[in-house]
Design a protein around this ligand. Structure first.
Ligand code: 5AD
Length: 349
């Protein structure tokens, strides 16, 4: 059977697998598929966390609007362009602008930033700014944005609604937005958290099958990490589940999801995420690269803001400068025996 045809039952079996020898087989299959489909280059995406304002109240995220203890910031256009020039110095072929769902980031304001960025390029530009109107998404696409990241977090409708309270009465529908992005000509990325309280093995297996069904260009996954200023972090039970069914939120489970994602989406760009590096500070990024990943997103956010972009505590790199982050990432790529990608590193179709 082709890896891409793996059924939900088989995916679930791998998620429950504990035998070390069998898992070695999963890692080596994922690594072989990664090498054959996307090669040895590790593409670097310079990440700029442009705003930590957010109108949402997601039960897992430290940026949620109810968190009054967080000092909020929004970067200026000049500050963003400063980071963009630094990215060029580091040789990054892609810039990612990420932020909370912030109405202070207006459509026209960001379109102007995008046009100014184009003059510093060539870069591919990825946006990761939450659920935005189709008008904003069209404006930004026309102003030069190439890709958009929006994780669906879980395909289990009940769990999704339990952790994403509606804002101003409107239900959030991320799958619908992913379709809209595709029609606008964006490369589309999504993903999930691994081990959200209430997430069972079956539902995670279905998430992975959905990556394939959506034919995603980029898939980011990482362990759920509790934040004390959130409903889940305070221990509120949003969805009851049998303890034996609960997916653990550890690095080992996240590696399995990375490997299975590579098997179902051979050509996708898959990052070794910061959450993985936070759950396993010594080996997270390296093992991610060795078990299916082909992308790293070094953080370019200025030091004075970085600690305030606290989606979860003790985020890897939160005390580093952009230079230190860059060096750490290069060392990891060398240690894994891989090369640094050149150019935009788009999904080849
Ligand atoms: N733990 C792990 N990942 C988180 N994210 C948000 N909060 C957390 C958390 N507490 C992830 C979500 C979001 C991405 C930007 O960060 O998946 O889509």
């Amino acid at each position: 059977m082709l890896a891409g045809d793996m059924a939900v039952d088989e995916i679930e079996g791998w998620l429950r697998e504990r035998d070390a020898d069998r898992l070695e087989e999963l890692w080596s299959r994922a690594d072989a598929v990664r090498r054959a489909a996307v090669g040895d280059a590790v593409h670097l995406r310079g990440l700029i966390e442009i705003s930590n304002h957010c109108v949402r109240r997601c039960a897992y995220c430290g940026l949620n609007a109810g968190n009054r203890t967080l000092a909020r910031y929004r970067m200026t256009q000049d500050e963003i362009l400063g980071c963009v020039r630094q990215a060029r110095g580091f040789g990054y072929g892609t810039i990612v602008l990420q932020g909370g769902e912030d109405p202070g980031i207006t459509g026209p304001w960001l379109a102007e930033v995008l046009r100014l960025m184009e003059q510093e390029g060539p870069f591919a530009i990825t946006l990761s700014l939450g659920e935005r109107s189709i008008e904003d998404l069209r404006l930004w696409r026309e102003a030069g944005a190439d890709r958009y990241l929006l994780r669906f977090e879980t395909s289990d409708r009940g769990l999704y609604e339990a952790v994403h309270p509606p804002v101003a009465g409107s239900l959030s529908d991320r799958l619908a937005m992913l379709g809209g992005l595709r029609r606008l000509g964006y490369e589309v990325g999504s993903g999930v958290m691994v081990g959200i309280p209430g997430q069972g093995y079956r539902s995670l297996a279905k998430d992975i099958a959905l990556f394939r069904e959506l034919d995603l260009d980029m898939v980011g996954v990482g362990p759920y990490l509790p934040h004390p200023a959130t409903a889940l972090g305070r221990g509120e039970v949003v969805r009851a589940i049998e303890p034996a069914e609960q997916v653990p939120n550890d690095a080992d489970m996240a590696y399995k999801v990375v490997a299975l994602t590579r098997l179902v989406c051979p050509e996708a760009n898959i990052p070794a995420t910061t959450a993985l590096a936070t759950a396993d500070p010594q080996m997270g990024r390296r093992l991610g690269l060795e078990r299916g990943a082909n992308v790293i997103m070094p953080d370019l956010t200025p030091s004075k803001y970085r600690r305030a972009y606290e989606i979860y505590p003790a985020k890897a790199g939160s005390t580093q400068t952009p230079e230190e982050c860059h060096e750490t990432v290069l060392a990891t790529i060398r240690a894994a025996g891989r090369t640094v990608g050149i150019g935009p590193g788009s999904r080849g179709r």
